[in-house]
Design a protein around this ligand. Structure first.
Ligand code: PLP
Length: 378
C-alpha cells in the first residue's frame, strides 16, 4: 500500500513558472519580487508593513529585538507550541514565562495571564496553535491595561479570523508585531520563509535593517550601522509566495473540506477520540494540521497506535512535546513534569493525522477505517 505523508505542499505549474521566471532575471535577492510579496501579504492581512525573512523563526527573533526586549525581560507565552515561539525569547537572553493552555482551543489560557505579570514583563507572545485563534479580546485588554506588547505568532494560522466587537479580523492583525511562516507544511509555502507584519514604520525599518546585516535603507552596501543578521529571503522564494498567495482562498477552502471529511468519518469514534476544535462564534479556524486527541484508556496506548498507523503506511505524529519539558529548558529553568498540567495532559494524547489540500476522499476513508480497527483492538 502506498504511504500517505503527514503533509504535502500544493505546487502547480503557475508556481513553477513564476519561480523559473525570476531565474531569468538578474534580481535573485532584494529585488522586485520581495517588495511585491511584502506588499501583497501585508494587504491580505490588513497591515501597513511587511518585512519578509528567511524563516518564521527569524521573524520571531526580529520581532523580539524590534520591540526592544532584552536580557532579563519577561515574555508570557505558551508551552504547547513549536519550539521557536519560546526560543526567540531565549535568543535575546530574556525569559519566557509559560502560561498553561485552555483545553478546548489548546491556546494560552488568557484568563491566567494576568497572575504572571510582574515588573519585568514586557510582552505577551500568543501562538494561534493549529490555526485556532487565541482569545485576542482578553489578550488585547491585558496588553492595554499593563502597557505590554503583543508579539503574535500566527505561523500556523494564515487566514484564520477572530471576531473583536462586531468585526472579524485576521490573525496577524492584532500584535504590535506578528509573524507568519512558509515552510512547506504550512497553509502556503515559499520553500523556506517568513514575514513580519506591523503598522509602525520604525519597527518595519528596524526589522528590515536587522534582516540585512544592519544596513540602513538606502545606505551603502558596506556600511553597517548596527549588529544585524543575514535573515534575507530570496526573490526566488518570494515569487513562489506571490503565486501561492494568489490562490490562498482556494487552498484554504480545500483544507477546510478535508477537515470536514475527516469529521464525517471520525465522528463515530466518539468514545475513543476527541476531534479538533472546529470554531465558535468568535473564531474561524484556518486548518493547518489535523490533530485528534485520545480519550480515556486508549490514551495510554498512544505510542502503539502511532506505531501501527505507520506500519499501515499512514504517517502520523504526536504534536507537540511541551516546550518546558524539552531537555535544555529543563536544564536551564528547572522545569519538571507537572508544571503545566493541561499542556502535559493534552500533549500525551494527541495524534496528528495526514493533512494537506489534496488528501483524497479515498485516503481519508483508508485512514479512518485503519484508525477504527486499531482503536477497537487496543
Ligand atoms: C512553523 C512555526 C514557526 C516558524 O517556523 P520556521 O520553520 O522557522 O519557519 C514558528 N512558530 C510556530 C508555532 C510554527 O508552527
Amino acid at each position: 500500500m502506498n504511504k500517505i505523508p503527514l503533509s504535502k505542499p500544493d505546487i502547480n505549474e503557475k508556481d513553477i513558472k513564476s519561480v523559473v521566471d525570476v531565474l531569468r532575471t538578474p534580481n535573485l535577492s532584494l529585488g522586485p519580487r520581495l517588495i511585491e510579496f511584502e506588499k501583497r501579504f501585508s494587504n491580505y492581512t490588513g497591515r501597513r508593513y511587511g518585512v519578509a525573512v528567511n524563516s518564521g523563526t527569524s521573524g520571531l527573533h526580529l520581532c523580539v529585538k524590534s520591540l526592544g526586549i532584552k536580557e532579563e525581560d519577561e515574555v508570557i507565552t505558551t508551552p504547547f507550541s513549536f519550539i521557536s515561539s519560546a526560543n526567540c525569547v531565549l535568543f535575546e537572553r530574556a525569559r519566557p514565562l509559560f502560561c498553561d493552555i485552555d483545553e478546548e482551543t489548546l491556546n494560552i489560557d488568557a484568563e491566567k495571564i494576568e497572575e504572571l505579570i510582574g515588573p519585568k514583563t514586557r510582552a505577551i507572545l500568543p501562538v494561534h496553535i493549529f490555526g485556532v485563534p487565541c482569545d485576542m479580546k482578553t489578550i488585547c485588554r491585558i496588553s492595554d491595561l499593563y502597557n505590554i506588547k503583543i508579539i503574535e505568532d500566527s505561523c500556523e494560522a494564515l487566514g484564520a479570523e477572530y471576531k473583536l466587537g462586531e468585526r472579524w479580523k485576521k490573525t496577524g492583525s492584532f500584535g504590535d508585531a506578528s509573524v507568519f511562516a512558509f515552510y512547506p507544511n504550512k497553509q502556503m509555502t515559499t520553500g523556506e520563509g517568513g514575514i513580519i507584519l506591523c503598522d509602525k514604520s520604525n519597527i518595519a525599518e528596524f526589522a528590515s535593517s536587522l534582516r540585512n546585516q544592519g544596513r540602513e535603507e538606502g545606505g551603502k552596501w558596506i556600511e553597517h550601522i548596527r549588529l544585524g543578521y543575514n535573515y534575507r529571503i530570496s526573490d526566488i522564494n518570494c515569487a513562489l509566495g506571490i503565486s501561492q498567495l494568489e490562490r490562498i482562498d482556494e487552498m484554504l477552502s480545500a483544507r477546510e473540506k478535508v477537515a470536514f471529511s475527516y469529521k464525517e468519518r471520525l465522528s463515530e469514534l466518539d468514545e475513543y477520540i476527541k476531534l479538533p476544535f472546529y470554531g465558535d462564534p468568535v473564531r474561524r479556524v484556518s486548518w493547518f494540521v489535523y490533530v485528534i486527541r485520545l480519550k480515556g484508556k486508549v490514551a495510554d496506548s498512544r505510542e502503539k497506535i502511532l506505531g501501527v498507523l505507520r506500519e499501515k503506511g499512514i504517517s502520523c505524529s504526536s504534536y507537540f512535546q511541551p516546550i518546558h519539558l524539552q531537555k535544555f529548558y529543563r536544564e536551564k529553568f528547572g522545569f519538571k513534569p507537572g508544571d503545566f498540567p493541561v499542556t502535559e495532559k493534552v500533549a500525551k494524547s494527541t495524534i496528528a493525522l495526514p493533512f494537506y489540500n489534496k488528501l483524497t476522499e479515498g485516503d481519508i476513508d483508508r485512514i479512518a477505517s485503519t484508525l477504527r480497527n486499531i482503536l477497537r483492538r487496543v
